[in-house]
Design a protein around this ligand. Structure first.
Ligand code: COA
Length: 177
C-alpha cells in the first residue's frame, strides 16, 4: 500500500534540494560507490545506533537493490545526500517502516561530515517532502538513549516523546508534520 498522497509520484526519480545539498533516491547506478557506502555506514554505525547490520560490500549491494524495489512498490523512500558544490557523498536520509498512520524517519551522516549541520538540513528537507507528499500527520523517530546527537536532532523538530519503548530500550518520538 503506497504511503504517499501525491498521485503518480515516481519515488526513484525524486530530487530534493537543500541549501547546501541535494538528495537522490538510492540506486546502484554509480552515483555512490557502494563499497564506500558500506564502509562509511559501518563507521557511522559503529555503536549500532542505526541497526545491528554491518554490511559487507555484497550485502550492501543486495540491501540497496532491495530498497530500490521497495521504492518501486511505493513502500519506502531512502536517499543519498550529496554536497552541492563538491558532489561529495555525505550520508543517507529517508522514510521507512510504513505503518497506517506514520513512517520512521531515518538518517546517518559520514563520520568526517558530522557536526556540520548536514543532518539538520537533510532532516528538514525530508520533513518538508513528507508534509507535501504523504498522508501522515507525524513521523516517528526512535533512538538509542545514549545517542545524544539523534535526540538533539529530534528536539529541533517539535518532538513529542512517547511513553512506550521496544526490546532494545529505544526512545520513541513523534515529529509533527
Ligand atoms: C545523529 C547524526 C545523524 C547527526 O548528524 P550531524 O550532521 O552530526 O548532526 P547536526 O550537525 O545536524 O547536529 C544536530 C545536533 O546534534 C548535535 N551533535 C552533533 N554531533 C553530536 C555529538 N557527537 N554529540 C552530541 N551532540 C551532537 C549538534 O550540536 C546539533 O545540536 P545543536 O544544533 O543543538 O547544537 C550523526 O551523528 C550520525 O550519523 N550518527 C550515527 C548514525 C545515527 O545515530 N543515526 C540516527 C539514528 S536514530
Amino acid at each position: 500500500m503506497p504511503f504517499f498522497s501525491t498521485p503518480h509520484i515516481d519515488l526513484i526519480h525524486e530530487h530534493i534540494d537543500t541549501p547546501r545539498c541535494f538528495l537522490l533516491p538510492f540506486s546502484v547506478d554509480g552515483r555512490v560507490d557502494i563499497r564506500e557506502l558500506a564502509e562509511e555506514f559501518c563507521k557511522a554505525n559503529k555503536d549500532h545506533y542505526v541497526s545491528d547490520f554491518h554490511p559487507t560490500y555484497e550485502e550492501e549491494i543486495d540491501f540497496v537493490l532491495s530498497i530500490v524495489e521497495g521504492m518501486k512498490r511505493g513502500e519506502l523512500f531512502e536517499n543519498f545526500i550529496f554536497d552541492r558544490e563538491s558532489l561529495k557523498f555525505i550520508g543517507c536520509a529517508g522514510l521507512n517502516k510504513p505503518e497506517p498512520n506514520t513512517m520512521n524517519i531515518g538518517i546517518w551522516i559520514c563520520t568526517d561530515e558530522q557536526g556540520k549541520w548536514y543532518a539538520t538540513e537533510a532532516y528538514d528537507a525530508i520533513m518538508y517532502w513528507a508534509r507535501a507528499n504523504t498522508k501522515y500527520q507525524y513521523l516517528k523517530h526512535y533512538l538509542d538513549p545514549r545517542n545524544d546527537a539523534s535526540r538533539k536532532l529530534a528536539l529541533k523538530f517539535a518532538w513529542i516523546k512517547q511513553d512506550y519503548s521496544n526490546e532494545r530500550g529505544d526512545e520513541f518520538y513523534h515529529i509533527p508534520l
